[in-house]
Ligand binder design. Sequence first.
Ligand code: CTP
Length: 399
Amino acid sequence: MEKKFIVVGVSGGIAAFKACQLVSDLSKKYDVQVIMTKNACNFVNPITFETLTKKKCLVDTFDRNFEFKVEHVSVAKACDVFVVVPASANVIAKFANGIADDMLSTTMLACNKPRIICPAMNVNMYENPATQHNLETLRNYGYTIVEPGVGYLACGDEAKGRLADLEDIKEAISIALHEDKPLAGKKVVVSAGPTMEAIDPVRYITNHSSGKMGYALARAARNMGANVTLVSGQTSLSKPYGMTTISVTSAEDMYQAIVANQDADIIIKAAAVADYTPVEVATQKVKKSDSDMSIPLKRTKDILKYLGENKRANQVTCGFAMETTNLEEYGNEKLTKKNADMIVCNNVLVEGAGFKGDTNVITIITKDGMKRAIKDTKENLSYIILEELIEILKTKEGN
Ligand code: CTP
């Protein structure tokens, strides 16, 4: 497959140094062209970007030192996504007002592909009504704005204006690159990660779930156009861009969060929910004695089963099952018992499957049958699972 072509515009601001890392990361996967403003060249030398992209970095519209084409038009036409990192108040004002007086602004004006603006500037410049008005204009024109974060700014202020995390910018690019949006207008809820059941203020019962499969599903659903709510147990993963994330700890917290979002079109329970929780949580740390001890446990609420019993018309529910034997039998049992539309089974004992890795081996069980042992990355498997769920949703909706 031909590599996607990303144009990265770099304008004059100290955060231009972060664009180097971004361009380096993007170049591993995509064909990247950098366009700089003259002011950006005061912060980073174009040679840095030329080395990273192995391409001439465009700065001057009237540079004659290249094979002739109307460069700003050909770059704008060829690009799949145009991202500006960092976007200064000045270039934002130019884009909003259709000013085209250098290579970056001319190419932007000629571009009708997805455009992503990542502002970075002093807090007062950012909060200035002129800048806010310009950003609003760009939103209305269909640009995506990746909001700056709060943090230490070069001017010494601790405030909003810091370039967004590069991970968030990369995610905004992957959303823009995913042209197919079959889940547009749909709400998808995904639960992910482990639950933690407190024994006392110091100890808890949990499991090995890393949350990677659920996070991959949430990202894929978002890229497919869904409005996503991720209900996540405690994991080491960072909050994904472009969705609502609700952090929970116990099975009861997860139940409450899912019930509050029961209006979703598709609910995927990828979380490893504890089946049991201590009958009582000690308020003080439990001290050891010389004898053995046992902790009385009670059943938690089965969230997937609850969803199955309270399923709305046209709603699709999907559970996960981690089995070590009889995948098909246990999967079918869960499908029926929990009135789910799909159970995704995986066997932790199979190579390439399991909690912590980036791959999985899954068997998809639906009322219509079974697809056995699909091995792939958790990212690719997420699209396979979602495409199946979309088919079920379409059938329910009668399309
Ligand atoms: N699940 C849930 N609420 C619970 C427990 C599990 O919603 N209290 C969901 C999980 O998120 C998963 C599916 O149910 O989607 C797993 O089914 P479950 O019957 O709990 O499987 P295991 O506990 O893994 O298996 P077993 O019944 O064999 O112990």
